[in-house]
Each structure stands twice: as structure tokens, then as C-alpha cells.
Design a protein around this ligand. Structure first.
Ligand code: PMP
Length: 306
């Protein structure tokens, strides 16, 4: 164990290195296919977004963009906001988050418990409204007051997945991956993991799982996403797309809870549903992430209908 490391027992030192599970009940081993899924709920902030939040903030501290007295400002559909709020609490730095008002009550409560200021934006404006309003406030306050990580454009978002999530998956599967598939919020996960896996083996196919309609119930996913990270060309990384509907994703989430014993969130159900559809056509080893925990959504109708 490292000596004199102030982070050794902190939340920061426990980000990443998450476990992986084989979802044998969903993807029947009798078919010759396997599905590996990383349990991102095991991160201290409860989601995959701890990884990019840590990378973006660490880079900002190193570059002198984030100092004591600066406030972190950004938009988030929820999980990144929680990660910023957790890291801000640890670092003694203020955090201000713009988020759509219809995100789950649990997420709002967690952000506020960590001490973040939460500004709710109209639900009908979706994440785009939160993004727009956070930029307006950033421009009003300026760089002396605020640091904006800008998770939709900051390359340290996909770099976090390129350096950690992908490397862990390769180790956990012995490199035996034929397909990596995941949904898109910022695109950090699919681009970061996808790029690294393709460098390891250019035969690995990267599939984006996307909602079949603009009005969908998969928190964390963006329908009209825009992939714009320097060094991560989506045209070279994403090979194919598979569409999923919200109800089918919820039904798969229910199976994950009841059959695999995994209480995860909506996008986990959607990721696994997308792969389930792919596995009807293709055989091989599939890999994905289960981005967050279901305990973050207990108050929603989906979990009341179980
Ligand atoms: N699932 C959940 C629950 C999320 O919060 C997010 C991030 N918004 C994603 C999936 C998508 O991840 P990424 O931003 O890396 O595309």
C-alpha cells in the first residue's frame, strides 16, 4: 500500500476497477455466446460517470483551471452531477449542476446531500435545456468564478474509459471479446472503450444501442446525441447501431433484477436488451457496462410495477 497518499482511503481511490459478471440466464451459454457486463454501480458515486468526472477534474486541477474558490458548473442528466458533487465534497470545491426537473428524486437528493447547488430546468427541454442554461450561466460568471468540465466535448471523458474501463474489460475477459455494445449519453463510454478495444483487436465490432424514439424513458441516454471528442472519431469506432424501445428495456431490467440478482438502472436494462437482440443474429462474446444502480430509481413507476 502506498504511504503518504492522502487519497488512499478516499472515494477517489476506489473509482474504477469494478467487477464484471457473466449474464448466463439472459444470454444462454447453450447458444455458444456469452455476455460480460461491468458492474459500474460499484463505483463510490454509484455509477460509471465517476470515471470521467475524476479524469476531467484531475486534468483541470493539473492545468490550474480548477482551484480553491472556483465553482464547478455543468449540466447532467443526473449521474455525472452526482459524481461532481461527491468529488467536490471531497475536494472542498463548490458544485453547481443544471439538470432536467424530471430526473428521479433520489438523484436530486443525493446531489444536494453532497452539498451541490442543483438548478432544475424544464423537463420538456430535456438535457438540451440543461446544457444551454448551464452555458449561459458560465458565460455570465466567467472563468474567474467557474470551471466548466463540459462533459459532452471534454476528451478526458472518453480518455477515462480508454484508460480504465476498456483495460479492465480486456483483463476480465482475457481479451475474448467479439462485440462491445452500449448506449450513448455523452458517448464517452462507447468511444473510449471502443477505441481501445479496436486497437487491441481490430476485428472487435462496436455497436451503439440507441432509443427507437425521441420520447423515451431511458435516463442517461440522449436521442439526438452529438459525438465530438478530439481524438475519438466516431466514424472509425462505431460499426453498427441497434434500436431498442423503452418497454422492452424495462422488461429486460426486470429480468436482470429477478433472474440475475442485479438491481441496476434503466440504461443497464436497455444495454442488455440491445445485446439480446444482437445475439439473435450474431454469435460470440459480447461485452457491455451496467452503468448504475436501480436503487437510484426506486421512486419511479417502473420499480413500483415490478
Ligand atoms: N447510463 C446512465 C445511467 C448514464 O447516466 C449515462 C451518462 N449520462 C449513460 C448511460 C451514458 O454514458 P455516456 O455518457 O458515457 O455515453
Amino acid at each position: 500500500m502506498e504511504k503518504n497518499n492522502p487519497y488512499i482511503f478516499s472515494a477517489l481511490s476506489n473509482i474504477g476497477a469494478t467487477g464484471a459478471v457473466l449474464l448466463n440466464k439472459i444470454i444462454n451459454p447453450g447458444t455458444g455466446s456469452k455476455l460480460y457486463a461491468k458492474l459500474e454501480c460499484l463505483n463510490p458515486g454509484g455509477s460509471v460517470k465517476d470515471r470521467p468526472a475524476l479524469y476531467m477534474l484531475k486534468n483541470a486541477v493539473e492545468k490550474g483551471l480548477l482551484k480553491t474558490g472556483t465553482t464547478i458548473i455543468d449540466s447532467s442528466s443526473g449521474n455525472t452531477g452526482i459524481s461532481y458533487a461527491m468529488l467536490g465534497a471531497f475536494m472542498g470545491i463548490k458544485v453547481k449542476i443544471y439538470a432536467p426537473s424530471n430526473m428521479s428524486d433520489e438523484r436530486k437528493k443525493i446531489m444536494r446531500l453532497f452539498g451541490a447547488e442543483l438548478i432544475l430546468t424544464p423537463a420538456e427541454e430535456s438535457t438540451d435545456g440543461a446544457i444551454k442554461r448551464s452555458i449561459e450561466e458560465y458565460e455570465r460568471g466567467g472563468r474567474d468564478l467557474y470551471y466548466m468540465p463540459d462533459q459532452y466535448n471534454n476528451p478526458f471523458n472518453p480518455i477515462a474509459h480508454y484508460e480504465t474501463t476498456a483495460m479492465e474489460l480486456l483483463e476480465q475477459t482475457g481479451g475474448n471479446i467479439d462485440y462491445f455494445a452500449a448506449g450513448i449519453g455523452t458517448g464517452g463510454t462507447i468511444l473510449g472503450v471502443g477505441k481501445r478495444l479496436k486497437e487491441y483487436n481490430d476485428k472487435i465490432k462496436v455497436v451503439a444501442i440507441v432509443p427507437d424514439s425521441q420520447i423515451h424513458g431511458i435516463e442517461g441516454w440522449k436521442y439526438n446525441y452529438c459525438l465530438n471528442f478530439e481524438g475519438f472519431d466516431h466514424n472509425k469506432i462505431i460499426d453498427d447501431f441497434v434500436k431498442v424501445d423503452t418497454e422492452g428495456s424495462y422488461a429486460m431490467l426486470k429480468r436482470l433484477v429477478k433472474e440475475e440478482g442485479l438491481l441496476c438502472g434503466f440504461s443497464s436494462g436497455a444495454n442488455v436488451y440491445g445485446i439480446y437482440k444482437l445475439a439473435v443474429k450474431y454469435k460470440g462474446n459480447f461485452a457491455t457496462v451496467l452503468p448504475d444502480t436501480g436503487s437510484r430509481y426506486l421512486s419511479t413507476r417502473v420499480f413500483s410495477d415490478f
